[in-house]
Write a protein that binds this ligand. Structure first.
Ligand code: ZN
Ligand code: ZN
Length: 402
């Protein structure tokens, strides 16, 4: 792409030119432009003060690309998820990449200009769960875009050095935005003890379901069947990573399961079933398809309580495991899969919006259009980073503020 280094540098150092608002400071890099959810259904833009480094092992990152997640949209449409309620203005977004702008004095592995994926939750590191290596269960986790903690849809985001991951040279900033949901899929794969030659059933062909399919294939699953009600999504899944697809019918879970088990490789059921829907009909079907001694991973979240074929679970002596976000090693594994080209995520990016069109992006996701919607900015505009890899970024290293 023929964008001059000057243009890119202006884009990186200044506020996005497309948002039509004048920076409130003469120092453009000190403006922290944020996309804020005021309350249910109401967004606004706000120039906030630039954050400072909370401690010497933190970095400040300029956010470049952010994928929009179902949870972001849910906070906008409902103002809450479970016990988490939006009680004060909240910056949404947690699936982000960016460029390191400033490093604390103790930071050793990163430098300004590095392209990074952001792991958006900071655990306490001291509680029982953190110390046991399950920091995703930390009871005082500060997770981006989960009230009261602000998310990443702003010029700057600060996080600890070790929650910032260098992107492989060939992975673009927009692809990097998919590392967060990919880590969710990696976490499911680990909980399921996924290994070579298994039969896997994935319920739901949205971003998480599709990424679960891709990870299962990368782990060498011999059969990855994905189930959805939407024929378009199934066609996409077949092209992307599934070995077979099944369209849910409006028959009983039992009957859907019987039909699925007539498919090749599933006669005895699937050793691993991953539900990425949270829908009762899907969960019931999945448990019916589960092989004796199999593992069922609950990744999707729908109604808080559902009816459940518990007798099946008992007689099959099956394992039912909840899965929550990601933990130690999951981001590294997701990046390793991309690094070694064991899977690809760029196919999932179907819709792109600039930062000043963020509300439109949310509307788009709410209407369930496309697979993954990515917002560009505020430090770049759609096109400025389009396909930008490490080599191109070399042309416009960000300098630390003097
Ligand atoms: Zn997410
Ligand atoms: Zn903790």
């Amino acid at each position: 792409m023929a964008i001059s280094a000057e243009t890119n540098e202006q884009r990186l150092n200044g506020i996005s030119k497309t948002n039509g608002r004048t920076p409130s400071s003469s120092q453009p890099s000190a403006v922290n432009s944020a996309f804020v959810l005021k309350e249910k259904g109401h967004f606004y833009y706000e120039d906030r003060p630039k954050p400072s480094l909370p401690s010497e092992d933190y970095v400040i990152v300029k956010v470049c690309c952010t994928g929009i997640c179902g949870s972001d949209v849910h906070y906008w449409t409902h103002g809450e998820i479970g016990d988490f309620k939006v009680r004060q203005p909240l910056v949404l977004g947690h699936e982000s990449t960016g460029i390191v702008q400033e490093c604390g004095s103790a930071v050793k592995t990163l430098k300004p200009g590095d392209r990074v994926a952001l792991e958006p939750g900071t655990p306490c590191r001291r509680c029982e769960f953190c110390r046991a290596g399950r920091y995703n269960l930390c009871t005082t986790m500060k997770f981006a875009a989960t009230p009261p903690y602000d998310g990443t849809l702003a010029t700057f985001y600060t996080l600890p050095e070790d929650f910032c991951y260098l992107l492989p040279e060939h992975v673009t900033l927009e692809e990097g935005a998919l590392i967060e949901p990919l880590s969710v899929a990696v976490h499911c794969a680990r909980l399921a003890d996924l290994s070579f030659g298994l039969s896997v059933l994935v319920l739901g062909a949205g971003p998480i379901g599709l990424l679960c399919c891709a990870v299962a294939r990368a782990y060498g699953a011999s059969n990855v069947t994905v189930v959805d009600i939407n024929a378009g999504r199934l066609a996409f899944a077949k092209d992307y990573a599934a070995t077979a697809v099944y369209q849910m019918n409006s028959v009983s879970a039992d009957e859907n399961a019987r039909r699925i088990m007539k498919m090749p490789g599933l006669t005895d059921g699937a050793k691993v079933v991953i539900d990425a829907t949270g829908a009762q009909q899907c969960i019931s079907t999945g448990i019916h398809v589960l092989k004796h001694g199999g593992i069922f991973i609950q990744a999707g979240l729908g109604a808080a309580e559902i009816a459940f074929p518990v007798a099946q679970l008992c007689s099959k002596e099956a394992t039912y495991r909840g899965s929550f976000r990601y933990g130690p090693g999951d981001y590294q594994m997701a990046i390793e899969l991309l690094q070694q080209r064991k899977l690809s995520v760029k196919e999932l990016i179907t819709d792109k919006f600039d930062f000043d069109q963020a509300e439109m992006a949310f509307r788009h996701v709410e209407q369930r259009r496309g697979i993954k919607t990515v917002i560009y900015g505020p430090n770049n505009t759609l096109g400025a980073y389009h396909g930008s890899t490490h080599a191109e970024t070399q042309n416009f290293q960000i300098r630390s503020p003097e």
